[in-house]
Design a protein around this ligand. Sequence first.
Ligand code: BES
Ligand code: ZN
Length: 456
Amino acid sequence: MQPVLDYLKKNEARFITELCDYLRFPSVSAQSKHTKDLAACANWLVKRCRDIGLETKLCPTEGNPIVVAKTPRRKGAKRPHFLVYGHYDVQPAEPFELWKTPPFEPRIEKGRVYARGSVDNKGQHLAHLNAVEAYLKTGTELPCDLTFVIEGEEEVGSKSLGGFLKKNIKELRCDAVVISDNGLPSVDLPALTYALRGILAVEVILHGPSRDLHSGIFGGALDNPAMALCQLLAQLRDKNGRIAIPGFYADVTPLSAYERKQLARLPHKDREMAKFLGVPELFGEKGFTATERRSARPTIEINGLTSGYQGEGSKTIVPSWARAKLTFRLVPNQKPDKIRDAVLKQLKKLCPPTVRMEIKAGHGGEPYIVSPKGAQAQAAMRALKSAFGREPILMREGGSIPIVNDFKKHLGADTLLLGLSLPDDNPHSPNEKFDLACYTAGMRMDACLWQELSTV
Ligand code: BES
Ligand code: ZN
């Protein structure tokens, strides 16, 4: 192992340069104008994997290609097989004007690299690839076989990957999946995440008059779709922060006393968080702490709300339509299909007869939970401890990586979530960054992980 760790240290500067090269591709999967950039980014990754010494394929899909890279297989003895998952697509960088420097021109400042995709997720999976390079280039024998699966559609719901896994079960079946696409409380407090929330996206459009109308001439004689939408959305959450949809909480698995104790160990102060987020006060479901609310309780969020005239000055109209994009985060045992039915039923019930409602039910993803007490989870905890030099804690995360359920369903494997993202890294926001201390600790963690995991 020491040669691997020495190699990682010696090559640190190059690993940072390569991360910056990777970050220059504007691989934004939500925007079709970037399709070519996604392909170019995937090609860069293929070359990088081949340079490391991995047997690498670029697998086309109906969407963006998937990169599959394997460590050289050894004939004879069967060894454990682990899969490392990541995504090379990134979120849109808008609003550009809020970035201190352009999102696809990486900038290094005070030990952090600033760029869209730096933490979500290019830097995190590159840390794993670098560690494997260290094994292969130093001739240190890996105790297991590894397959990297890096996709280009995670930020838009992983539409191709589920089918791809199903078609390639034989090749991809593995003993565990390892993902770093989530967070840790601080560099001094590494963590194993054992649960993720699921998601359900719904778009509601209220259609009013067939065209925008003069609000002085017609206002008062008909409903205003923007007002109707506000009133409708306001009824979806009560004053205690609970979602007011019949049956919504029916399947929620309550948090155990053990879990509440674990979550309470996470560093958190309401006032500090409010300051960090720029809000006067925190808000959330009554009876739960902020940590519980954002990781282990279901939520409703309005992600976008649009209607009427938003340009300079005023324009006195009754708008023709109003629309809102909503997402619900779901917790273990809630089923996106069942929740979708309950949500649609309630939306229809609340819709007044004065407007016409159109609903677009979008992507859904199941929540995920795995026992943190299992042997693989414990092995991952040991790897975290060696790499970060601190005792790791257990946590749940509020974000979603729906594909982890497909790994379980198709490949029979649990996922170990070993996040390298710090709370202030700004994923999906302007000035996203990745801390180079997490990058290097991530490489060491990966190096230790295969040793620990292969013995259980
Ligand atoms: N890396 C995130 C998921 C994440 C973030 C997990 C923080 C845990 C903690 C991932 O790239 C992401 O943004 N996922 C989407 C999923 C959606 C598009 C289906 C999300 O959570 O909004
Ligand atoms: Zn993301």
